[in-house]
Write a protein that binds this ligand. Sequence first.
Ligand code: PMP
Length: 453
Amino acid sequence: MTYSYDQLAQWDKQYVWHPFTQMKDWLEEEIIIVARGEGVKLYDTEGREYYDAFSSIWVNIHGHNVKELNDAIIDQLGKIAHSSYLGYGNIPATLLARELVEIAPPGLVKVFYSDNGSTAVEVAVKMAFHYWRQCPNPRPEKNKFLTLMNAYHGDTIGAVSVGGIDLYHGTYRDLLFPTIKVAAPYCYRCPFGAKAGQCEKECEQALEKAFAEHAHELAGCVIEPVIQGAAGMITQPPGYVKKVRELCDRYDVLMICDEVATGFGRTGALWAVNHDGVSPDLMAISKGLTGGYMPLAVTLATQKVYDAFYGDYAEMKTFFHGHSYTGNQLGCAVALASLELLKKHNLVTEAARKAGVVKKVLAEFNELPHVGDIRQAGLMVGIELVRDKLTKEPYDWQEKMGIKTCLAARKKGLITRPLGNNIVFMPPLVSNDEQLQEMLEIIKASIIQVTEG
Ligand code: PMP
């Protein structure tokens, strides 16, 4: 049975409530209904093609409709789609756990499955809180989290609590557990008033001060290492992640890294923490885990954390957390196939090389009168549009410059989503040099059209 665009659009608008979307706008818009994907392109019901320049909300690595990934799912479907992970193991989840521990930053040796990035962070936060109640020398007073302003860790209540973006999180403040919040680095608009390149690492000093003041009550410190994604792709100065590790060690605080967006080669290293050569105590991964094919997430933990939960049942040390779809076979099977492709095509090294290509093209964007800042970590890019380049005056959010630019790009055959006044460029890792170039040309033309048009 095939349905017309008009019919589908009508049903969408009648029945669906879309995420992160003002439905009034949605109902008034001409919507796109994606019908299929092929490589780095998406095709709508009307046969129009678009570059998937934000990797379908930052998840896609190998492109769409990839035979090896399709086959992995089909093969697994012929065996079983899902069985309970509560009380039973399964083959793909076991194999994937082994594989993940092998490639994880050193010391992360246990795999706890869940379904999405938010839950992977939620699990890490609960584990860290719980850890201090039953580690060898319990310190239950260590029950708070140090978090960064502008952080985004997902939309469940725990993940929102450790987040710091007012637009998404402010409404729920009364419902959230309080955290110790420290200003995050943002070199273009330094919250400490320092000038990029001439600072005294005030952001690190602020961190140090917060640790010194609050260590006695800190269970963990949660960060998006190297780059804060949803905040607007805000990169941290080199060494910042290492500093967090040093402070966590010095003050006996668990380091929780949210690599949901940055994992699997996205920043030009397998893990963003690799850039600073550190290992966290807990690490949340998701998005790229299945190559963008199935919902799956993992919280990786150290032996030390795991051991705190280990004991006789009567000791009541059990981590009582789990989801119906924990360890889902289809997700784990396609994740295994995705990792194989990642290795086979040397995609992490390739992503680092391609980041160089992107950087070169992006350098030309600096000439544009309304491009204020360009931030890049591998193939994770944010282009900040400003009203006034000299004063860095931002566009008023009501002007929707980010949204307008992305709509202009869509008309030119490219799909991405803005973050406020920041244009996101986060292509699938398999995009070739020519495609990267073409995508950036479309984005550049769209910026010029909207800001100078
Ligand atoms: N953490 C980070 C750093 C993210 O970027 C995201 C999603 N953009 C999440 C957590 C939440 O992941 P999910 O949307 O899968 O719940």
